[in-house]
Design a protein around this ligand. Structure first.
Ligand code: C2E
Ligand code: CA
Ligand code: CA
Length: 696
């Protein structure tokens, strides 16, 4: 063992001393040492050796060393032992051995040969257990493979931020070679599209020793961008020093694209490509929030295609779809720059101009007018020209716009725009109406009237006015009952205003019943004076349509004991437009009660002389529009003459309405059996005054 002599002075130590030292060395060494003889038997084993394999010294001495080896290795190990002892060489190597507990251990062995003076040969073996290191190495290898093959992109930098490691996924995606990346700074991946604030936050987080997670837009060597979800964490050593950074990144480009697509499906109208209701209301809500700090007036335009359902019915839904696309395209061209254009309903669009470009005032009419004109000029499809008209309602609003004390909500703005649109529809085609104070007041008043209508009679606000109907000589023939409403705050409301509301809500049924009852009471007292006098009462189509109406009239006639022929029910053509057959039956039943039926406003609308033959009517009221032009207007004169002679031949009582002047009155002198009604003879007045005037 020449090496062991190094540094020892053989002159100072005796052989016995040296033996002592070597024994101590043998016993204290932490590497296992054993000596085996020519028969493969353990002759000596140091404590480290015994300890490493879990055996006591007694369990080893005299035993073959091959007992420590897996069975399949034993024969070969024996041969090598023999060869070595005989003088051969054995290169140090790794062996798998088995400890007492049966665990396989990885060891590195070195060997030496000792030949004693008597010729006996021994093998001295040192054994280092490298199981732990081996396992660590194996783990490391596996870890390396795992990281290298991971689908996630992994980057490791040193403490200075220089890239020390990148895995295949990262290299392959980047388009750089590994060599180009290693040694570089992760900045090579930056695209410039990530917000600077993101990096500020990243470095603050990582600098504080924490893991940062977030979205990064990065760039490949070829310039193409991709989006990554990155987790970047400091690598900290056992001394709490940051020795590098670990970045694990997932590519979320495709996921983001899909999400965006999905999102856009939820937010866009598939037919026109415009924003849909959801997107529109989000934008409107955001705009209203913004308004809090803004003084500028904002606007919202609602656009509705006139008679769209008719267009659909006539040309088919395919053509209807194309029409909607055409309107959408025209809007996209004409609307102010950066405006949000949305399709809110089947044939309804909305335009919300950008903050900078709002339609702050009536100047907005200019583009809307252009837009309307363009559509009106027509649109050619498959060789056919279609004219498209749209109505437009514009709401103007600012942060003062309040409703019920709370700040303006999207629904408030929509209500304003809707009101303006409705008003545009009423005004006729191709209208732009702004929701300004006029519309607002009217709208508010309508709401109030609708609300108050149901209790107006109870509150004593309704009353009847009477207007006389006279013979040619000016003597009284009867009266028409005209309903009046004196609202407690709004004052007199004209029937032209509230009757349609009452018809809309159905309130007209009970109101009409009340009118009839009042009118019959008046008729009863008139008939006491002169049994030939009549009372005309206006009846809404809604009343006639009810099956119970005939019974109600009958009941009231009995209750008031009037002569039925004195009651004349004035109806309009609307009664027989929907269901002429039902109307005829109903009117016949009424006629059987003995009451008269008059067609009011005759000559307007679709009045047809054939009705007169078909329907059981007893009277015609010539509409006042024919009288206005008399006596000069020849067309009016001709029409009135025709109507009057037809009525005469059909034995119908005839009343001419709207006689305002002496000339007009004189015009009718030749028609001796015609009754006259109008301001020239009498203005409608309350029952009391009227009775005083006409029936002393
Ligand atoms: P109408 O049945 O055609 O009534 C005649 C209207 O002409 C009345 O207006 C009357 O005041 C007005 N008038 C009478 N003479 C003249 C005249 O010489 N010149 C002019 N320019 N106008 C004249 P009013 O009272 O405002 O009634 C309007 C409409 O309201 C009525 O038209 C009728 O359709 C409806 N209406 C009134 N009362 C009732 C009712 O009790 N029930 C129902 N269902 N409708 C009613
Ligand atoms: Ca009437
Ligand atoms: Ca009339």
């Amino acid at each position: 063992m020449p090496n062991l002599n190094v540094g020892m002075s053989t002159q100072v130590l005796s052989t016995v001393d040296r033996l002592e030292f070597f024994e101590a060395l043998f016993n204290s060494a932490d590497v296992g040492i054993c000596v085996t003889d020519e028969h493969h038997r353990f002759v000596m084993c140091n404590p480290a050796y015994c300890h490493a394999y879990g055996y006591s010294i007694d369990e080893l001495i005299g035993q073959p060393f091959t007992k420590m080896l897996p069975p399949e290795m034993r024969e070969r190990a024996g041969e090598l032992h023999d060869e070595f002892i005989a003088g051969g060489s054995e290169s140090p190597g790794e062996w798998d051995v088995i400890d007492k507990a049966g665990h396989v251990r990885k060891v590195v062995v070195t060997a030496d040969r000792v030949v004693l003076r008597d010729g006996r040969r021994y093998k001295v073996t040192t054994v280092s257990d490298i199981s732990a290191a081996h396992r660590a190495q194996q783990d490391m290898h596996k870890l390396n493979l795992a990281i290298q093959q991971s689908q996630s992109r992994i980057v490791i930098t040193d403490g200075d931020g220089t890239i020390e490691f990148v895995n295949d996924a990262c290299v392959n995606n980047s388009g750089y070679t590994r060599e180009e990346i290693l040694g570089a700074n992760p900045r090579v991946f930056q695209s410039g599209s990530t917000d600077k604030a993101v990096y500020v936050e990243l470095w603050a987080t990582v600098g504080a020793g924490k893991c940062w997670q977030g979205r990064l837009v990065n760039r490949r060597k070829d310039g193409s961008e991709y989006v990554e979800w990155a987790s970047i964490s400091p690598i900290v050593d056992e001394n709490n020093q940051t020795i590098g950074l670990l970045g694990v990144k997932e590519d979320i480009t495709e996921r983001e694209r899909l999400t965006k697509q999905l999102h856009s499906l939820e937010r866009f109208d598939a037919l026109t490509g415009l924003a849909n209701r959801v997107a529109f209301f989000e934008a409107l809500e955001a705009r209203l929030l913004h308004l809090k700090s803004q003084t500028s007036r904002q606007s919202l335009a609602l656009i509705n295609i006139d008679r769209f359902s008719g267009f659909n019915a006539r040309y088919g839904h395919e053509a209807g779809d194309r029409l909607l696309q055409h309107v959408a395209q025209t809007l996209a061209i004409d609307a102010p720059k950066d405006a949000l254009i949305a399709r809110l309903g089947p044939d309804e669009f909305a335009v919300l101009p950008s903050l900078e470009n709002c339609l702050a005032d009536h100047q907005a009419v200019r583009w809307l007018g252009n837009f309307q004109r363009k559509l009106h000029q027509g649109w050619t499809r498959n060789g056919q020209l279609y004219v498209v008209d749209v109505s437009v309602g514009v709401a103007l609003f600012d942060q003062r716009c309040q409703s019920g004390g709370h700040p303006c909500r999207p629904s408030d703005v929509m209500r304003m725009a809707d009101a303006a649109l409705r008003s545009a529809k009423v005004k006729g085609e191709e209208q732009v109406v702004f929701f300004d104070t006029d519309v607002a007041l009217k709208e508010q008043e309508t709401l109030q009237l609708q609300n108050d209508l149901s209790t107006a009679i109870e509150r004593g606000e309704m009353y009847l006015a009477l207007q006389a109907q006279v013979h040619g000589d000016g003597t009284l023939a009867g009266a028409e009952a005209l309903l009046r409403w004196r609202h407690n705050t709004l004052g007199g409301i004209s029937p032209g205003r509230f009757i349609p509301l009452a018809e809309d809500s159905g309130e007209i049924v009970s109101i009409g019943h009340w009118v009839l009852k009042q009118a019959l009471a008046v008729l009863a007292s008139l008939q006491m004076h002169d049994p030939g006098l009549t009372m005309s009462v206006n009846i809404s189509a809604l009343q006639i349509q009810r099956a119970a109406f005939v019974d109600e009239v009958n009941h009231l006639l009995e209750e008031t004991q009037v002569i039925p022929s004195g009651l004349i029910l004035e109806i309009t053509e609307r009664v027989f437009l929907d269901d002429p057959e039902l109307a005829r039956e109903r009117l016949e039943a009424l006629r059987r009660l003995g009451v008269g039926i008059s067609i009011d406003d005759f000559g307007t609308g679709y009045s047809s002389l054939t009705y007169l033959k078909y329907l059981p009517v007893s009277e015609l009221k010539v509409d006042q529009s024919f009288v206005g032009g008399l006596p000069d207007d020849e067309a009016d004169a001709a029409l009135v003459t025709i109507i009057l002679s037809a009525a005469h031949h059909l034995h119908l009582r005839t009343v001419v309405e709207g006689v305002e002047t002496a000339e007009q009155a004189k015009y009718f002198t030749p028609f001796s059996d015609v009754l006259l009604q109008g301001y020239f003879y009498d203005r409608p007045s309350c029952v009391e005054h009227w009775m005083e005037k006409w029936v002393k």
